[in-house]
Design a protein around this ligand. Structure first.
Ligand SMILES: Cc1cc2nc3c(=O)[nH]c(=O)nc-3n(C[C@H](O)[C@H](O)[C@H](O)COP(=O)(O)OP(=O)(O)OC[C@H]3O[C@@H](n4cnc5c(N)ncnc54)[C@H](O)[C@@H]3O)c2cc1C
Length: 339
């Protein structure tokens, strides 16, 4: 394990916020985690992957464990399926590309999502009609309290929309060291139910898309509407899309009849947070060094020199305005970190 002191975190968070860590530990294997926990048992450390879903409000004095455990291994396969074990520190999109090169299906809709493999289960990453839970078999973890190994199977992770047991009940209680995926080798389940993806394939006259076609379209759509964090600091969607009851939805439409919505079950309705934020006048708005993206109101951006606190305060302003206007309390998707 390598430990660095007084290190800038600017290149380790996709908001590109400048702040410093007094104790940054680079982790390359499970034993280094266990050793760290045994010798630092009363310190609440911060677990860091690719930093694309994290906002550091200020300098960080707690130890940071940056997980860089590598490796992609096939551990079992039949004619139809393959089980692939991947180190938490592998870059997510590299693994997607590896699966496409080998013609393994399941990850193609999740192309180009920033971040590392170990963070993917935390919020059950999802895009274009697919979520991590659809391909997740299990993960290896180490308890931050005991240093002991624990394996979580899919049905033990409480996966839901942008959440899991690791973001709720067991927040910061387990460090994911490795994830096992179940991918298809034949008869890939091609999913283009998501409207913009379907439209793109129609436009290209692709009637029977392959997993590579799906990935290519996803990449093209994402690149056309999401800001590249290497150019403009951001963490993707800052808030989750709120899910409300039928009753609350009726109340909402009394206030505004044009709110878009998706019925996700008999009594649950998902509202795009971007539309609420836009209706509050925030789309493309700049305040000092921060603001929202001009193509996507749900994306808060760093115009260059924003501090973590500046971005956080702006996000809370949005939250207050949406609550006041629509009586809906937005919930952060991004993980907010205090020192
Ligand atoms: C431009 C852009 C687009 C995005 N689009 C999407 C999208 O379409 N869908 C989507 O779901 N997300 C999206 N995101 C959010 C982000 O990519 C995902 O949440 C990703 O999984 C974060 O990975 P990371 O390694 O960067 O996590 P980090 O930001 O490093 O960490 C995120 C959280 O996970 C915890 N964590 C990290 N590693 C571990 C570990 N090994 N064990 C335990 N806890 C850990 C951290 O403590 C933190 O709470 C987007 C982000 C950006 C910048």
């Amino acid at each position: 394990m390598k430990t660095k002191h007084r290190t800038s975190l600017k290149s380790l968070n996709s908001f590109g916020v400048e702040c410093f860590s007094s104790n940054l530990n680079i982790i390359n294997n499970e034993k280094e985690i266990t050793d760290f926990i045994i010798s630092n048992n009363d310190l609440e450390s911060i677990i860091l992957g690719g930093g694309s879903n994290i906002l550091f409000k200020n300098d960080i004095n707690r130890p940071i464990l940056k997980i860089e455990i590598k490796g992609i291994d096939i551990i079992n396969e039949t004619n139809e399926k393959v089980l692939v074990s991947v180190g938490a520190g592998e870059v997510w999109d590299d693994v997607v590309n590896w699966s496409l090169t080998n013609n393994y299906g399941g990850l193609e809709n999740l192309s180009l999502i920033p971040g590392n493999v170990g963070s993917a289960p935390i919020q059950n990453i999802g895009a274009y009609g697919v979520e991590l839970k659809d391909v997740f078999e299990s993960c290896r973890t180490i308890s931050t309290e005991t240093g002991l190994l624990k394996i979580f199977k899919n049905n033990e992770c409480n996966f839901s929309y942008r959440s899991s047991i690791f973001k709720e009940k067991f927040k910061n209680k387990y460090i994911i060291t490795n994830v096992i995926f179940r991918l298809s080798k034949l008869n890939h389940l091609i999913n283009y139910s998501y409207e913009p993806l379907k439209n793109d394939l129609d436009k290209k006259n692709i009637l029977n898309p392959t997993i590579k076609d799906i990935s290519k379209s996803v990449i093209e759509i994402r690149s056309s509407k999401l800001p590249d964090p290497k150019k403009i600091g951001n963490c993707g969607s800052f808030f989750k899309n709120p899910i409300i009851s039928d009753l609350d939805f009726r109340e909402l439409t009394n206030k505004d009849k044009d709110i878009p919505f998706y019925k996700i079950s008999v009594n649950r309705i998902k509202i795009p947070a971007a539309s609420l934020i836009e209706k509050c006048g925030f789309k493309g708005l700049r305040e000092g060094n921060t603001g929202t993206h001009d193509k996507h109101a749900l994306i808060i951006i760093n115009h260059g020199n924003a501090s973590g606190n500046e971005i956080f305060n702006f996000s809370q302003k949005i939250k207050k305005k949406v609550l006041k206007k629509f009586n809906i309390l937005l919930e952060e998707e991004v993980n907010i970190i205090d020192n």
